[in-house]
Design a protein around this ligand. Structure first.
Ligand code: AHR
Length: 547
């Protein structure tokens, strides 16, 4: 991680907030327009990211078949069961930056004969001083290869999304990886290899990332050169009956130039149909409120934060809305029919080192109620942009940046972010509906001037007679009374679930795994208008049954 990778942040800081209508007074309302669908919410928006980094794979997911920790073929059972409950539509692997240093062949063959390699992250600056540096997190035994990843996906019901190595491998290696995954049983040497590794039937991997952060750790490309490589890698790849979906390494946040130049070059060649998705990354990391844009210095602490840092991280997260809108517009210059979808395959909060759940959990950080609010706001943004965002992945699944789980040896717990994913799961595959939100924006002091965060964030979706409305109140100290008006449909009943905590710093850990958990509210009176008091720093789901 080099500071320069985030060089666009300064420009991004000036971007606009979510499209809530700002009310002058304290009253707030949310109008749900049942007759105004936006698009189907791709279940893949509720995706996850597993990089071979710190404690994500080793200890987090892979414990080994001989472990005393309950496992399914070496994969942590408790994790599988909890992940299944949030309906993970897609899981991206093996990176991240790791992807562009990975040779997929290392993860094949008998496990005890696989080569040991130095992990991409072995010499990262962020390692805690007390971490053991001789374990699988630094020297990768390659026990968790393609077949093990595919099994993890199958066990949890997710589709695999593999990020291929563009910086360090050849197009031929990419072709062979697809062949290993997808060629029919017994028909190729690689299909036989796959069978020997434990999976006779094709893995049918559809989603393929062509490199990762090609502007940074993925090769330091300029967009035109990356476009050329993208076209070379994706030319004539045998699909074996699987409609391969290639995902290009898109911009760092608001970098429109990267997008414009890549799309321009690929369109010039008449090959835009080769691009299924365009991956954008955006982390909320700078808590300095305008004091610095320096990568290490700008970060705050995951647990110890003040009011300004709280709002600043949410403001950073809220930049997502403008990034999506502006990237979409630029993509449309070359792709006016918008065939290519945005894929936000890395998002979440990124704090300074110091709250790792255990020392080998590099980039591990605690996850408080603030992160739950951030997750709610971000998922609402994706839902509202269901016509643009085809896939997303929170970074990263376990023991890392904004994680849903902590898992170490025989300890396991879920984070507040997990609960948000569980609450929002009903949006998957439903019709996103237009909403009108009126709430006074939250204003707070920055280093110079004032910062602002939307007074409420919200999204709504409809599936048959079920209307799901999710609402986040980012205010640290104000309970917001809101009238919710359902237009164009009649309501029979409503059910409300809230995630909140006495103190926004509250979080779950191995000793106190249920400090933050959702609770059902008393059933409200049904009708076209419902008034609800949204607690400070809370995430709420209202499920309406329609007549
Ligand atoms: O998620 C951690 C890292 O952040 C990923 O490896 C990289 O893609 C991004 O910069």
């Amino acid at each position: 991680m080099k500071p320069s990778r985030r060089e666009f942040l300064g420009a991004a800081a000036a971007a606009a907030c979510a499209p809530a209508l700002r009310a002058a007074a304290g009253d707030a309302f949310i109008e749900i327009l049942a007759g105004e669908p936006i698009a189907t919410i791709a279940p893949q928006i509720y995706g996850h990211f597993v990089e071979n980094l710190g404690g994500v794979v080793y200890d987090g997911i892979w414990v080994g078949e001989d472990s005393s920790i309950p496992n399914i073929g070496g994969i942590r059972k408790e994790l599988v069961e909890a992940l299944k409950r949030v309906n993970p539509a897609v899981i991206r692997w093996p990176g991240g930056c790791f992807a562009d240093s990975y040779d997929w062949r290392d993860g094949t063959g008998p496990r005890n004969k696989r080569p040991k390699r130095t992990n991409f992250w072995a010499s990262a600056d962020e390692w805690p001083k007390t971490a053991r540096r001789d374990g699988p997190q630094s020297y990768d035994p390659n026990y968790f290869g393609t077949v093990e990843f595919a099994r993890f996906c199958k066990l949890t019901g997710a589709q695999p999304y593999i990020a291929a190595n563009l910086r360090g491998a050849r197009a031929l290696d990419f072709n062979r990886w697809v062949e290993y995954c997808n060629s029919p049983a017994g028909m190729t040497t690689l299909a036989e290899q796959r069978a020997a590794d434990g999976e006779g039937a094709p893995l049918n991997v559809r989603y393929w990332g062509v490199g990762n952060e090609a502007w940074g750790c993925g090769g330091n490309f300029i967009p035109e050169d990356y476009a050329t490589e993208f076209l070379r890698f994706t030319a004539w790849v045998p699909g074996f009956g699987v409609p391969l979906a290639f995902i290009g390494s898109g911009p760092n946040e608001g970098d429109l130039d990267w997008t414009r130049r890549f799309f321009g070059k690929v369109a010039e060649k008449g090959s835009l149909d080769r691009v299924w998705g365009w991956a954008m990354h955006h982390y909320a990391w700078n808590a300095s409120a305008g004091r610095t844009t320096e990568w290490m210095a700008g970060k705050g602490d995951a647990l110890r934060f003040d009011t300004q840092q709280y709002y600043e991280i949410l403001r950073e997260a809220d930049l997502m809305d403008g990034f999506i809108t502006r990237q979409w517009k630029v993509m449309g210059e070359a792709d006016p029919r918008h065939r290519v979808k945005l894929v936000v395959d890395e998002w979440g909060a990124w704090y300074a080192p110091g709250t790792e759940p255990f020392a080998e959990g590099l980039l591990g950080q605690q996850s408080t109620m603030r992160d739950a609010v951030l997750a709610g706001m971000t998922l609402d943004t994706f839902n509202r942009h269901a016509d643009k965002v085809g896939m997303a992945a929170v970074a990263q699944l376990v023991n890392c940046l904004q994680s849903l789980f902590f898992a170490h040896e025989d300890h396991f717990c879920v984070t507040p972010t997990y609960h948000v994913f569980a609450m929002y799961a009903t949006h998957q595959g439903a019709q996103s509906l237009r909403t009108q939100v009126s709430a006074p924006a939250i204003s707070y002091p920055r280093f110079t001037g004032q910062g602002s965060v939307p007074g409420l964030s919200c999204s709504a979706s409809l599936r048959e007679k079920g209307l799901t409305v999710t609402v986040t109140n980012p205010s640290l100290n104000q309970t917001r009374e809101v009238e919710i008006r359902v237009q164009g449909a009649s309501v029979r009943s409503a059910r409300i679930v809230t995630l909140s905590a006495e103190d926004v710093h509250q979080h779950n850990n191995f000793n106190n795994p249920n400090a933050v958990a959702p609770r059902d509210e008393p059933e409200p009176k049904a009708g076209p208008r419902l008034t609800h008091r949204f607690l400070p720093a809370s995430v709420t789901k209202i499920e309406f049954a329609l007549a």
